[in-house]
Design a protein around this ligand. Structure first.
Ligand SMILES: C[S@@+](CC[C@H](N)C(=O)[O-])C[C@H]1O[C@@H](n2cnc3c(N)ncnc32)[C@H](O)[C@@H]1O
Length: 263
């Protein structure tokens, strides 16, 4: 979850006791919301999501309160538009793109418009409630679908690129490795994975102290991104060309990994 005054206000009782993962219902739905007849093997909700982010992503109240462009903008200190545009600009019309988790606000529609009617956007998320919500937003875009899947587990989709927007900071270290490797493993030579996430702000950044507190209080897996490069989670980093750009005094980063031609 990106963090902000809004989340701080909501956070009084946000932490739930840790729970073990339980399987999700075995039916799915396509982007039209139609229930599919075939049973789908859906992932359980990871323990970190239940115990740390239940209020934000698994509850309807969290969704109603947070899924508004103005809230998303506030949470990202006014940088939401810029970061979303920077991520979307990495892709081109006609491409098949995977978005590795739902995002509050209108990021998925932005990506759907970016790939255009001749492209394809597939959004995955491990939480069924997030997928239903995303499917509603994608109704005007027949080129886009959303389904339940864990970004850390193999995904069968054939894609030209992957967009991982503010997911890495929300997951524990072992999941960071699994997600980064899994997403990198999906792209062909010349294709890219784009990560947008938190980054260490400059020493005198006025929000550095606030963000450190926020991470300590609400985002236990985020602070490490101040000390570790996203690239360092990749088991085969040498197979990619990596570029990084930071934003807003270093608080945010966009990392682009382009797969090198096979040797
Ligand atoms: C992309 S992140 C954060 C985005 C941003 N903070 C926001 O407000 O939308 C949030 C999403 O990640 C999803 N998520 C967490 N772990 C996941 C995983 N392993 N695979 C796929 N989705 C995951 C959550 O269910 C949630 O919908």
């Amino acid at each position: 979850m990106y963090l902000s005054r809004a989340t701080l206000l909501m956070s009084g009782n946000c932490r739930l006791p840790a729970a073990t993962s339980t399987p999700e219902p075995t039916t799915g739905s396509d982007s039209s919301g139609t229930a599919s007849a075939l049973p789908l093997s859906q992932p359980g909700i990871p323990e970190y999501l239940r115990s740390t982010y239940h209020w934000a992503y698994l509850s309807e109240l969290g969704q109603v309160l947070l899924d508004r462009p103005v809230v998303v903008s506030t949470i990202l200190w006014g940088n939401a538009r810029r970061l979303m545009a920077a991520a979307a600009a990495e892709f081109t019309p006609g491409q098949k793109i995977l978005q590795s988790a739902c995002v509050y606000g209108d990021f998925s529609p932005i990506l759907a418009r970016r790939v255009g009617p001749k492209g394809r956007l597939t959004v995955v998320d491990v939480a069924p409630i997030q997928i239903s919500n995303c499917q509603r937003k994608l109704v005007p875009y027949p080129q886009a679908t959303a389904r339940v899947a864990d970004a850390a587990a193999p995904l069968a989709d054939e894609v030209d690129g992957v967009c991982c927007f503010f997911l890495i900071h929300e997951v524990p270290e072992d999941y960071k490795v699994r997600i980064v490797d899994n997403l990198l493993g999906m792209v062909k030579p010349g294709d890219k994975v784009v990560f947008v996430d938190y980054h260490r702000p400059h020493s005198f950044h006025p929000l550095k102290g606030v963000m450190a507190l926020v991470f300590q209080w609400l985002e236990p897996f985020a602070r490490i991104l101040w000390d570790r490069e996203i690239k360092s989670y990749a088991s085969r980093a040498e197979d990619f060309d990596w570029t990084k750009r930071t934003y807003f005094g270093g608080l945010y980063q966009k990392v682009v990994a382009v797969r090198r031609p096979a040797r």
